[in-house]
Design a protein around this ligand. Structure first.
Ligand code: FAD
Length: 490
């Protein structure tokens, strides 16, 4: 039905001006924008509810304060984002706060989260980079529920208020094109049947990432395995659909990822954060490898992507967090409030339930703990003793961990939790330009095809926290505006 010569059927089952594929943050913003510009909009969502990763997120969204942020974005992107895209992003993102306010949200400065999140009061993730002073993060004041739920509630309420139809349980399977390579609609599945949907103006792909597509992750991501915290509906469908019509891909290896706990009982992983400083990370050989308290949350997983070709193994996958009884009692290692597991499991306040389940290993001594997790006891004992010595002198010559974060691991019980690289989200997907057009392999826009959000995100190297929701708001508007501005083809 959909070969590139002319895959457009004579008769469609449904039609609209703008067809949006995927009902998360970017899809909702694109729908609101296109609708407000007078277009008829239809949203098709694969799963039985909207929200995607957006609803499961921490809800923070980047709201820069000036165009002086361009050098910062360019620097952390390391040549993976064109300057005009960075500028287009910033120009619109400057108004993210007022935009969310106009939809009924009440933005406030995003709070700090934990040790290893060096971005106080909602500022830049990499404060030493020029232009960092223009980065600023917001969240919406909660009414009830989590911050991600509040962000989603505001967006979804605006979609509903406008009467934009949303077809749930309607996965889109492929794009339709005509002889001029224009995207003319989609093929979706509904109630077990294939339906064709005409898009008179354009299709906007907002299907999110590929966190739950094992093959794409294995092929493209630097660490193996890679688990994920978020929405199981995100299986890279938009990538395949865009490839089918000749899209170039970009940013496929880029991720926003941290270290999390994964067990067989749950499909998704649990984010692990320390509130107490009394912890270190070690590899399978019991060796430290980073400034645990200074590594930016979204960059922790990147530290694990080291492959030892002599042993043909990843020495840091899994890695272990080693901590003591004070840290164990201080706060739940998984604070909840984000990710899909928040609806499935409540982590105990003092982590005792997870010790009892065997998710956290316990030892009477560091040697005993090492034996329980299969690490050389002498090596781990030496590592912890050396670290504790650094705590006494206030200096960590190995990784320059900040003096104020050097707290010894020394109370009577000792603990370890096995950690894997876990996706907050992927960034790869169809390449796009500053106008949200999807580009083909020669850099030309594929007519009537737009994309926004995490699918082919602009973030292609290091990641500025809150950049993804910030981007969904920005490029959702840009894609919605340009899609609504297309002349109908028929
Ligand atoms: C635990 C966690 C915390 C996070 N915290 C933050 C944060 O605080 N700040 C921040 O900026 N970012 C955060 N992120 C990342 C951010 O939430 C996402 O990158 C962003 O929400 C992506 O929005 P989106 O609209 O592109 O995709 P999503 O919101 O994921 O929506 C995609 C939708 O497309 C649907 N879909 C998929 N395939 C199809 C198909 N074939 N047909 C129809 N529909 C389809 C999916 O079911 C889904 O509903 C977090 C992510 C997670 C998982």
């Amino acid at each position: 039905m959909s070969n590139l010569a002319d895959g457009t059927p004579k008769k469609f089952d449904m039609e609209s001006d703008v067809v949006i594929v995927g009902y998360g943050g970017a899809g909702a913003v694109a729908a609101i924008t296109a609708h407000d510009l007078g277009a008829r909009v239809l949203i098709l969502e694969k799963t039985s509810a909207g929200g995607g990763n957006t609803k499961l997120s921490g809800g923070t969204f980047l709201t820069p304060t000036g165009m002086g942020g361009v050098p910062y974005i360019e620097k952390i992107s390391y040549g993976t984002m064109e300057r005009d895209i960075a500028a287009a992003f910033l120009e619109t993102a400057l108004k993210n706060e007022s935009y969310m306010r106009s939809l009924g949200g009440e933005p406030e400065i995003s709070p700090d989260f934990s040790v290893g999140y060096p971005s106080p009061s909602g500022k830049a993730s990499f404060p030493h980079v020029p232009g960092a002073e223009f980065m600023s993060k917001r969240v919406l004041k909660r009414v009830k529920g989590t911050r991600g739920e509040r962000l989603w509630e505001v967006l979804a309420t605006n979609v509903e208020r406008r009467g934009v139809p949303v077809l749930l349980d309607t996965p889109v399977r492929e794009l339709l094109t005509n002889g001029a390579r224009e995207v003319t609609g989609v093929v979706a599945e509904r109630d077990g049947k294939k339906i064709t949907v005409k898009a008179r103006k354009a299709v906007v792909l907002t299907t999110g990432g590929f966190e739950f597509d094992e093959a794409l992750k294995w092929d493209f991501l630097a660490s193996k395995p890679f688990y994920a915290y978020g929405h199981p509906g995100n299986t890279g469908d938009g990538i395949r659909m865009a490839q089918q019509v000749g899209a170039a891909l970009w940013h496929m290896p880029a991720t926003s990822a941290s270290a999390g706990f994964k067990c067989d009982e749950y499909q998704a992983s649990f984010g692990i954060r320390f509130i107490s400083e009394r912890f270190i990370y070690v590899d399978k050989n019991g060796q430290r490898f980073t400034d645990e308290a200074g590594v930016e949350l979204h960059e922790i997983a990147a530290k694990l992507a080291v492959f030892d070709s002599k042993r043909m193994d990843y020495p840091r996958i899994p890695m272990y967090a080693i901590f003591d009884d004070v840290a164990r009692r201080k706060a739940p290692l998984n604070p909840g409030g984000t990710g899909i597991n928040q609806y499935l499991y409540k982590w105990s306040a003092d982590n005792s339930a997870e010790v009892a389940r065997g998710w956290i290993a316990q030892g009477r001594s560091i040697r005993d703990l090492a034996a329980r997790i299969g690490i050389d006891p002498a090596a781990l004992e030496k590592t912890v003793a050396t670290y504790n010595q650094y705590c006494k002198t206030g200096k960590d010559p190995d990784f320059e961990r900040g003096k104020e974060t050097l707290a010894a691991i020394e109370t009577s019980s000792f603990y370890a939790i096995k950690l894997y690289p876990c996706l907050i989200n992927t960034q790869g997907g169809p390449r796009r330009d500053k106008d949200s057009h999807v580009l083909d392999a020669w850099g030309k826009p594929i007519p009537r095809l737009y994309a926004a959000g995490e699918l082919g995100s602009i973030w292609g190297f290091m990641y500025q926290g809150s950049g993804n929701n910030g981007e969904s708001i920005v490029f959702g508007q840009i894609a919605g505006r340009n899609a609504a501005g297309e002349k109908p083809w028929g």
